[in-house]
Design a protein around this ligand. Structure first.
Ligand code: GLC
Length: 526
């Protein structure tokens, strides 16, 4: 049976505000994305995921949805989205949307109706409770974005639950009417030809039905709590199976869950027996420090946790975490490390997710305090603002970096005049060319896009593994260390080789191979 596209393919995340601005207002839009589709086709990815572009007051930059079935005028129209999907499909690119099931905007008509009165027909679409007799919130839950997870609605005297901002009230997924309405949202997009969904904080939709207090972490100086009851209730699996049934009525669609749990066995349970999510992000891999052993451990931990038919994901950057070229930067080996990270991401077993700009080695941009936009700067701490990883994509060396003819909503990086797509596209030694070469190699070689994974013995500081699909085999050696080393593989003739170091001579046999500092080497055996 042919492998489904979402196992062999590579997905590219677009953050619409910062990809390409076609109308000159300084904010990216859907027509802009359509203008740049050739970049994705040329690069060689299979699909892209659009962070939310629905109507939104933008309290959390689109993750506060005011209408699940339309497009915010800032980004264009529903017709623009249809045109983008058609243009993507014409290039063989699939399109995933970001589905935000846990919460809506407080301006969503459902919430407006819900807060109208205690007896409102949609009152029970959200989680409303009376305050305790002393006026305090119904339990001790905290918002992920700071402060209590409850907000008092003065007019009705009750509080509503919000896992994130108070502008993002949580839906009550225990109400079958909510579940039906959210399934209808999926069908609305599936009927329009959307190929699947990235699902926002899916572990949050099932809370403990009695909303008990979370136990305090003993001795924690900040009074932190164990998150026991506001997420990952076992009932989530039945909800996921019903979501999957909606998807399975269509051909070839996919769900990838932002299962923000750091226990990989728990994350793996979100795939069920092939009847829940298709894929789930692996945040322990994303959070690993620059260490061969740590990455190897995280890969093995996930491999052990997955059900037999399960398939991993590989992500190093997204719109919520500092870019990995910054996290792994180093005064001497910074560029080499970004190249090594690309080789790891695109040769391990699993579906890689690239974040816009990583293919040119974008770094986080230091944003002056007065230009910070992310609400976390206010609700948590300016250092936790996510703006630095959300800055506009530099396309060329012209004004506005080819991103906008206006004033960009966030500043361009200080290196945007040098580090941009046009400069790297024509340079065979660039990071962009390396990404493209890795993507082409991965696509051509079944060992790389479909093969099993086995870790191989290697010196300290080196992560080495074999990928194997039938007779097709590939060896990969990733030297995380700052010094050269030597790796011993089984000796065999090499049919194709790729190094992250554009200057090295490529070996024609595996056997003993030398690796430079922060070099990654892929050897496809004959
Ligand atoms: C997810 C999104 C993040 C958003 C949050 C609340 O973690 O990735 O950007 O702020 O959910 O919706």
């Amino acid at each position: 049976m042919a492998e489904p596209w979402w196992r062999t393919g590579v997905v590219y995340q677009i953050y619409p505000r910062s990809f390409m601005d076609a109308n000159g207002d300084g904010v990216g839009d859907l027509r802009g994305i359509a203008q740049r589709l050739d970049h994705l086709a040329w690069l060689g990815v299979d699909a892209f995921w659009l962070s939310p572009c629905y109507p939104s007051p933008m309290a959390d930059f689109g993750y506060d949805v005011a209408d699940y079935c339309d497009v915010d005028p800032l980004f264009g129209t529903l017709a623009d989205l249809d045109a983008l999907v058609a243009a993507a499909h014409a290039r063989g690119l699939r399109v995933l949307l970001d589905w935000v099931p846990n919460h809506t905007s407080d301006r969503h008509p459902w919430f407006v109706e819900s807060r109208a009165s205690r007896g409102a027909p949609k009152r029970d679409w959200y989680v409303w409770r009376d305050p305790k007799p002393d006026g305090s919130p119904p339990n001790n839950w905290r918002s992920v974005f700071g402060g209590p997870a409850w907000e008092l609605d003065a007019a009705t005297g009750q509080l509503y639950l919000h896992s994130f901002l108070k502008e993002q009230p949580d839906l009550d997924w225990r109400n079958p009417a909510v579940e039906r309405a959210m399934h209808d949202v999926l069908r609305f997009w599936l009927d329009r030809g959307i190929d699947g969904f990235r699902i926002d904080v899916i572990q949050r939709i099932a809370k403990h039905p009695e909303l008990p207090d979370d136990p305090p972490k003993e001795g924690d100086p900040y009074g932190q709590l164990w998150l026991c009851y506001e997420e990952n209730h076992p009932d989530v699996h039945a909800m996921l199976r019903r979501i999957r049934m909606v998807l399975d009525a269509y051909d070839d669609r996919v769900t990838v869950g932002e299962v923000y749990l750091l226990n990989q066995a728990e994350v793996a349970r979100y795939l069920g027996g092939g009847d829940e999510l298709h894929l789930a992000f692996n945040f322990r891999f994303l959070q690993a420090p620059w260490s061969a052993e740590r990455f190897a451990d995280e890969v093995e931990r996930m491999e052990r946790a997955l059900p037999p038919e399960g398939w991993p994901t590989l992500v190093l950057s997204n719109h919520d975490v500092p870019r990995h070229a910054t996290r792994y930067d180093d005064p001497v080996h910074g560029e080499a490390r970004a190249r090594l990270a690309a080789a790891m991401l695109l040769t391990l077993r699993g579906t890689p997710f690239l974040y816009q700009g990583e293919e040119i080695g974008m770094r986080n941009v230091a944003i002056p305090p007065e230009r910070l936009q992310d609400p976390l700067a206010r609700t948590l701490h300016p250092n936790l603002a996510r703006d630095g990883e959300r800055t506009p994509m530099p396309w060329d060396g012209g004004p506005g970096a080819g991103f906008t003819t206006g004033e960009p909503w966030l500043p361009l990086g200080p290196d945007a005049d040098r580090r941009h797509v046009a400069a790297q596209r024509g340079d065979p030694r660039s990071l962009l060319s390396l990404y493209r070469a890795l993507l082409a190699l991965r696509r051509a070689e079944p060992a790389l896009h479909a093969g099993d994974y086995e870790r191989l013995h290697a010196p300290k500081g080196v992560f080495a593994f074999e990928r194997r699909s039938g007779d097709a085999r590939a060896f990969v050696a990733l030297n995380f260390a700052g010094e050269p080393c030597e790796v011993a593989f089984e000796d065999a003739p090499v049919r194709r080789a790729l190094s992250t170091d554009p200057d090295r001579a490529l070996p024609s046999r595996s056997g003993r191979v030398a690796l430079g500092a922060a070099e990654g080497l892929v050897l496809v055996l004959a």
